[in-house]
Design a protein around this ligand. Sequence first.
Ligand SMILES: Nc1nc2c(ncn2[C@@H]2O[C@H](COP(=O)(O)OP(=O)(O)OP(=O)(O)O)[C@@H](O)[C@H]2O)c(=O)[nH]1
Ligand SMILES: [Mg+2]
Length: 545
Amino acid sequence: MVKSRSEDLGRRRSLSDFDPLAAALLPPPNETPEEKELRIRAENEAKKISDGIDEMLRQERIERKKTRAEVHVLLLGQSESGKSTTLKQFQLLHTPSAFHAERIAWRAVIYLNLVRSVRRILDALSPEADVEDHDEDSNETASIIISSNGRPPSALSATRVPMYDIYKQRLEPLIELEAKLTRLLTTPDEEEPTRLSLSWQHSGVNGFATTSNGRPAPTIMIPQSSLSSHSQSLPVSPTSHPSPTRSNGSSGSWKSKEVAVHTSMNWRKAFALGGKSKSPKSAHSGEIEGWWEDPDDPVHALNACAPAIQELWKDHYVRQRLQEKAIRLEESAGFYLNEIPRITAKKYIPTNDDVLKARLKTVGVVEHSFIIPSGANRGVQWKIYDVGGARNQRHAWAPYFSDVNAIIFLAPISAFDQVLTEDHRINRLEDSFLLWKGVISNKLLANVNVVLFLNKCDLLQAKLSAGVRLNAHMVSYGDRPNDYDSVSKYFRNRFGAIHQAATPNKERELYIHLTAVTDTRRTGTIIADVRDIIIRGNLRTLKLV
Ligand SMILES: Nc1nc2c(ncn2[C@@H]2O[C@H](COP(=O)(O)OP(=O)(O)OP(=O)(O)O)[C@@H](O)[C@H]2O)c(=O)[nH]1
Ligand SMILES: [Mg+2]
């Protein structure tokens, strides 16, 4: 409808009284019909341009939203599958300076892993140990191997180690050291009380202490052997800590108890400082230095025991006994036994590799956030959740299912001849198959991107080369060749087929990688790939591309 000139004038007056800008935008008071037509055409043209700009801005906003998106990734898999190691690789790749700064604090864990390996050997040599081995209550994390008949190897052909009593005597200070390391790792000034593995079952929802968002508070467990010949739960605070009992001639059982330690920075700081807040820092790296001048630092006891540890580990009777009992320390913390002089050196600083191989059992859920500063995915905020994989930890996973974008599921395929630590009747690989099926058939996770890491390929390769036969433990493998290529292909197909059959989302692509997540170079490349897959999949899900 065309307004009359007097209407325009009236409006102009009343508006101009209040809004000079509106008045300036009004048509001229004496506009002719031709002028009006020209003006409207120009206005339409201007509107088109303006709409174009608006659309451009909208697209830009979407782009910005995309690059500012948060990606939540959940690491899943059974205990010792390599989840925490994968998380460490993410940290090493994206926040390397923080990773380096923390290396020194991992000394405690590495020492504890080493001390426990030594004690495990001594227990295996003990004449009394045979009857107590493979106790179902044990929480020991060193590999428990089953023979092809499905039973733990017999201990009947027990090799006697002539030096056993001497080793035991020379290595006795390690008992006290173990207690000391435990105390250092569980400082009394933790924000929340440190709990024993039994007591946390009474706190929070489902046995976990909970954070404000109702999710379990992060804690980690240090696998812990009994300090005395009585297998008691270990205390974790100095006030309740019992004095370590001296070995009484029998080595006692290797029943392990576990101590919960919070994943907050506190335990790391406490150990980095060796309990002394005035330890100097290196001018270059910012890492703590000078602990070796502290006579109370654990390195001194370890250093003094180093020759005995080395003799023990090199003793061929010892190796034979371990073989008889099918204890493969090289698959767990035994890695450090090959590096005694370096690791027990007074000025030892853990390398990246040492940290990656340090074993701390996760309890609850640990979160790591980072932002990728450059490249195609810059600005994306990543949150990686690392969960405890032991059976009694798995109920803590579900609260995370509703808002994850991707899952990295780890299955340690070298474990085909091992049983679960928490239930010696269950083959680890069978457990992984079941767990995998449970995860990928979960409806809450139907639209989540799934990446499968068939992990510990280095150990698989070594095991197959050593002549361990897959078909002795997995009848379904039949008489296929027992080489790495055939075996890894078989596992790829088995996990792929389970996914195909059980996924509620038949469109979902499955990405499978053969991994050894302790290998930084290989894992770095895989992580970069996985990051792209997850981002692409995430954008597809959001229908933004
Ligand atoms: N050789 C080798 N060792 C590995 C590999 N992946 C993990 N490990 C080691 O296996 C042990 C267990 O790994 P973690 O990452 O702690 O296992 P996890 O899945 O976090 O276990 P939980 O915390 O109990 O759920 C550690 O000592 C790792 O260094 C691998 O690919 N090759
Ligand atoms: Mg873990």
